[in-house]
Write a protein that binds this ligand. Structure first.
Ligand SMILES: NC(=O)C1=CN([C@@H]2O[C@H](COP(=O)(O)OP(=O)(O)OC[C@H]3O[C@@H](n4cnc5c(N)ncnc54)[C@H](OP(=O)(O)O)[C@@H]3O)[C@@H](O)[C@H]2O)C=CC1
Ligand SMILES: Nc1nc(O)c(N)c(N[C@@H]2O[C@H](COP(=O)(O)O)[C@@H](O)[C@H]2O)n1
Length: 220
């Protein structure tokens, strides 16, 4: 399995503002790159915080790319994966629409009624007692044939994936704005590291739009 985290952050490292509403940080060139990356993935993964904040679709926007996937025997869009311990994904969320297959990674703690309400819209993957056990959940996704995973946030999930040693590559677009705010989400939130900080190796640096694209591999 190969796991690539992709995110866009402001020059001060924020993914969004303290209101946690979707903020457009990437420019058109970067969004094109993101679309290519989605088209080259088996699944796009987000945390429930991102679903509740952004109501994303996570589909491939370019028609030619969707058609190329079909020609290669793949579904038009990659699968979507939501990491959602308590099955809080709203049944009318765009992420469980008909445009792609969706996997909901839940914990054993997720209320049965919520699971049932979502079960005809998504494939439920149960891993972990109270919180999703990411190692187990990703192993189960792999058993379902999902090898190339692209993670699109948010900061809580990205931190946990790094903590679990699950990230192979980190691609970050750094945009030309300051968002600020001690409560605004950053690239890696959670409890934070106090030692054994994950080390990154810079593989690529490029000016994109009015910002910078950085690609690192993670050294474990
Ligand atoms: N600029 C960008 O590129 C992007 C920006 N964003 C922004 O980020 C914000 C959302 O980020 P954030 O609030 O951090 O939410 P996340 O999308 O990271 O979701 C976090 C939630 O995932 C659930 N979860 C389940 N299992 C785990 C686990 N093992 N580890 C971590 N989380 C787990 C938790 O909820 P529970 O306990 O209920 O399961 C947790 O609160 C929004 O403002 C959004 O707009 C998001 C994506 C990209
Ligand atoms: N790459 C990137 N740049 C930004 O500026 C962003 N705000 C995001 N957000 C991510 O894209 C998701 C929305 O996807 P759809 O357009 O609905 O397909 C959003 O939820 C974030 O994960 N990304």
């Amino acid at each position: 399995m190969n796991v690539v985290v992709n995110a866009a952050m402001s020059a001060d490292g924020k993914l969004s503002s303290r209101r946690r509403e979707q903020v457009t940080i990437s420019g058109s060139e970067d969004f094109e790159r993101v679309d290519r990356l989605r088209a080259d993935s088996d699944a796009v993964v987000v945390g429930i915080g991102t679903v509740l904040a952004d109501d994303p679709r996570l589909t491939v926007k370019d028609r030619d790319r969707r058609e190329r996937r079909l020609e290669n025997g793949e579904p038009a869009n990659p699968a979507r994966v939501v990491v959602d311990s308590n099955a809080r994904t709203p049944p009318d969320a765009r992420i469980v629409d008909e445009q792609a297959e969706t996997y909901l990674c839940v914990s054993e703690n997720a209320p049965v009624e919520r699971r049932m309400n979502l079960s005809d819209r998504a494939t439920l993957v149960t891993a972990g007692e109270k919180r999703v056990d990411l190692l187990r959940a990703f192993a189960m996704l792999q058993q379902n044939g999902l090898e190339r995973l692209m993670v699109e946030g948010g900061g809580e999930l990205i931190f946990s994936l790094l903590e679990n040693g699950l990230v192979d590559e980190l691609t970050v677009f750094v945009g030309p704005q300051i968002i600020g705010g001690r409560d605004a989400p950053t690239l890696a939130d959670g409890d934070g590291f106090v030692e054994n900080f994950p080390e990154l190796s810079l593989e690529e640096l490029e000016k994109v739009d009015d910002g910078v694209l950085l690609r690192w591999t993670v050294q474990y």
